[in-house]
Design a binder for this molecule. Structure first.
Ligand code: NDP
Ligand code: BG6
Length: 529
C-alpha cells in the first residue's frame, strides 16, 4: 500500500543478512533503530514529525525493532509526551478507518527525556535509556534536530559525544535554515563537520519529499515526449510559484530574521529549479543526481554559466493590513514578535538565468509570498509559439448553405503545469478544435489529476524523507557543496537588499501581491500563469 515495498524490504533484508551497512556498521538480525526527536515539544515535531513516524509505522515501513524518543528542555513524563503526540496522529490511509490499536502500539514505543541542548549529561542520560530499550541489539540512531538553528551545533556536539551508537550508524537530520548567507552557512557546515562526517548529516528540504517534485524526474526522463523539448529551443520561460493564503502567524520571530527569499526561494524553489534544469543523471544513485544538480548550481560553474542575480531582477513586497467582508486581516508588522518598521520581505519575485547551452536566454521566474489570495505551489513551463502560426491567420470560411464566418484563431501557446499542491496534478494546455463543422480552436487541458487517478492519500513529504534517512538513502537530502552553490546565487542580492534598505512594496493581505512582480515578468516578456 505504501508504494515502496522493495525499499522497505531491502532495509529488512540487509538487517537480516548480517551484511555491512553503508556506514560500515555490522548489521545483524538483532539490529534496532532509535529515533530521537530533539525539540519534541515544538511546533514542527507535533505537526509533522511524530505524525509522519506514526504513518510509517502504520504502513509497516519502520523496522521491526524501533523506539522513538522525544528530547527537549520542557519537563514531561513519557505519558505526557504520549498524550501530546496522540492529539496529532491520524489514520492516514482513510480517516474513517479505526486505527486506535495501531496508535496505542506506536505510543507504547514513545519515550521522553528532558535535558538542556548543550548538556552532555542530558544526552548521557538519553544514551543510558536508549541502551535499555535497545536491549543488546546492534543500535542504529537517528537524531532529528527540530530546534532553532542557533542550537544545532550545541546538540550535535553533545549528542555525538555521548549518545552516538558504538556499533551501528548514527545520523542527524538537520532542519533548515542552514545559515543566512554563504558565510554563516559555511560556518555551520564547518562546525557540524567537527563532530560529524558528511555522510551522517541529512540536510532536509521537505519540498524534495513532495510527490510531484519526486515525479519531475520521472516525467522528464521516462517519457520520450518531454526531454527533446526541454531546452531553449522550445521553452520560452519557466515559472516556479509558491503562495500561501496566510501570514507568518506564530512564526514572525523566526521569519523576520530570514525573509521570504531565504525561507522559500534559496531552498525549496531553487531545489525544484535544479531538478528541472539538470542534465540527465548517470543513474538514480544519490551521488549522481546530486552531481547533476550541482552542475547547474556549482559555485564555480554557476559563476560562468548562471547569471548573478542582480537587484534589478528582484522585486520585494510585504503584506499590509486589510479589511474585507467585515473581517480584518493583520499586517506583517502587526505581529507582536516582528519589530515595528521591519522591512523584511514576505513576498519576492526574481528572474534567474542559466547561461549554458541548454538554457541560454530562458527566464526562470520565481515568485514566493505569504498572505496572498491563494495557497499553491506550481511549476509552469510556457512553450514557444508554433512557427509559421498557421492557425493564427484568418480561418477559411466555415458553415455551408451560403453562410460564411471567419474567425480569428490566434491561440495560446502550450503550457505544462505541475501543481505540487494543493490537489496535485500535471496538465498540459493544448489547442484543439471545437467539435462542429467550423474550425474554431479552443485551449483545453490534458489533465492528470492525482485525486482521480490515484485515489489513495499521498504520503506527507516528511514520511518519505524520514524513511529515506532511516534507510541511508541520501538522494533527497542536500549535500554541502549544493548548499554552498545555492547560497552563492542569492547572497549578493540579499546583501544589496539589506545594505540599500530596499523598502518592500506593500500589498494587501489576501491580494495577488505587488504589481512590481508583473513589471518584472513583463521586462522578460513573461506573463505569470
Ligand atoms: P520551535 O520554536 O517550536 O522550537 C522547537 C523547540 O525548541 C521548542 O519546543 C523548545 O523546546 C525549543 N526552543 C525554542 N526556542 C528555543 C531557544 N531560543 N533556545 C533553546 N531552545 C528553544 O520550532 P519549530 O518546531 O517551529 O521548528 C523547528 C525547526 O524546524 C526550526 O529550525 C525551524 O526553522 C524548522 N522548520 C519549522 C517548520 C514549521 O512549520 N514549524 C517548517 C520548516 C522548518 P523546549 O523549550 O521544551 O526545550
Ligand atoms: C517552510 C517554511 O520551509 O515551508 C514556511 O519555513 C512555509 O514558511 C512552509 O510555510 C511551507 O511548507 P508546505 O509544505 O506547507 O508548503
Amino acid at each position: 500500500a505504501n508504494g515502496r515495498p522493495q525499499i522497505s524490504a531491502s532495509f529488512r533484508d540487509v538487517a537480516i543478512d548480517g551484511a555491512q551497512s553503508e556506514d560500515g556498521a555490522p548489521e545483524q538480525g538483532g539490529s534496532t533503530v532509535s529515533i530521537t526527536v530533539v525539540g519534541a515539544s515544538g511546533d514542527l515535531a507535533k505537526k509533522k514529525i511524530f505524525p509522519a513516524l506514526f504513518a510509517l509505522y502504520y504502513e509497516d515501513c519502520l523496522p521491526e525493532h524501533f523506539t522513538v524518543f522525544g528530547y527537549a528542555r520542557s519537563k514531561m513524563s513519557d505519558e505526557e509526551l504520549r498524550n501530546m503526540i496522540s492529539l496529532t496522529l491520524t489514520c492516514r490511509i482513510d480517516q474513517r478507518e479505526n486505527c486506535s490499536d495501531k496508535m496505542e502500539q506506536f505510543l507504547k514505543r514513545c519515550f521522553y527525556q528532558s535535558g538542556q541542548y548543550n548538556s552532555e549529561e542530558g544526552f548521557s542520560e538519553l544514551d543510558r535509556k536508549l541502551k535499555e530499550k535497545e536491549a543488546g541489539k546492534v543500535p542504529n540512531r537517528l537524531f532529528y534536530l527540530s530546534i532553532p538553528p542557533n542550537i544545532f551545533v550545541d546538540v550535535v556536539r553533545s549528542a555525538s559525544r555521548t549518545a552516538s551508537s558504538q556499533d551501528g550508524w548514527t545520523r542527524f537530520i538537520v532542519e533548515k535554515p542552514f545559515g543566512r548567507d554563504s558565510e554563516s552557512s559555511g560556518e555551520l557546515t564547518r562546525n557540524l563537520k567537527k563532530y560529524l562526517a558528511e555522510e551522517q548529516i541529512f540536510r532536509i528540504d521537505h519540498y524534495l519529499g513532495k510527490e510531484l517534485v519526486e515525479n519531475l524526474s520521472v516525467l522528464r526522463f521516462s517519457n520520450l515526449v518531454f526531454e527533446p523539448l526541454w531546452s531553449r529551443n522550445y521553452i520560452r520561460n519557466v515559472q516556479l510559484i509558491f503562495s500561501e493564503d496566510f501570514g507568518t502567524e506564530g512564526r514572525g520571530g523566526y521569519f523576520d530574521n530570514y525573509g521570504i527569499i531565504r525561507d522559500i526561494m534559496q531552498n525549496h524553489l531553487l531545489q525544484i529549479l535544479a531538478l528541472f534544469a539538470m542534465e540527465t543523471p548517470v543513474s538514480l544513485d544519490a551521488e549522481d543526481i546530486r552531481n547533476e544538480k550541482a552542475i547547474n548550481l556549482n559555485q564555480v560553474k554557476v559563476l560562468r554559466s548562471m547569471r548573478q542575480l542582480r537587484l534589478e531582477d528582484v522585486v520585494v513586497g510585504q503584506y499590509k493590513g486589510h479589511s474585507k467582508g467585515g473581517k480584518t486581516y493583520p499586517a506583517y508588522v502587526d505581529d507582536p514578535t516582528v519589530p515595528s518598521g521591519s522591512i523584511t520581505p514576505t513576498f519576492a519575485a526574481a528572474a534567474l538565468f542559466i547561461d549554458n547551452a541548454r538554457w541560454d536566454g530562458v527566464p526562470f521566474l520565481m515568485k514566493a509570498g505569504k498572505a496572498l489570495h491563494t495557497r499553491r505551489a506550481e511549476i509552469r513551463v510556457q512553450f514557444r509559439r508554433v512557427p509559421g502560426n498557421l492557425y493564427g491567420r484568418r480561418s477559411r470560411s466555415v458553415g455551408g448553405g451560403g453562410t460564411t464566418a471567419t474567425r480569428e484563431l490566434e491561440k495560446a501557446t502550450n503550457e505544462l503545469v505541475l501543481r505540487v499542491q494543493p490537489d496535485e496534478a500535471i496538465y498540459l494546455k493544448i489547442n484543439s478544435k471545437v467539435p462542429g463543422l467550423g474550425m474554431r480552436l479552443d485551449s483545453s487541458d490534458l489533465n492528470l489529476l492525482y485525486s482521480e487517478r490515484y485515489p489513495t492519500e499521498i504520503p506527507d513529504a516528511y514520511e518519505r524523507l524520514l524513511l529515506d534517512a532511516i534507510e541511508g538513502e541520501r538522494r533527497l537530502f542536500i549535500r554541502s557543496d549544493e548548499l554552498d552553490a545555492a547560497w552563492a546565487i542569492f547572497t549578493p542580492v540579499l546583501a544589496d537588499l539589506e545594505a540599500n534598505k530596499v523598502a518592500p512594496e506593500l500589498y494587501p493581505y489576501g491580494s495577488r501581491g505587488p504589481v512590481g512582480a508583473h513589471y518584472l515578468a513583463a521586462n522578460h516578456n513573461v506573463r505569470w500563469g
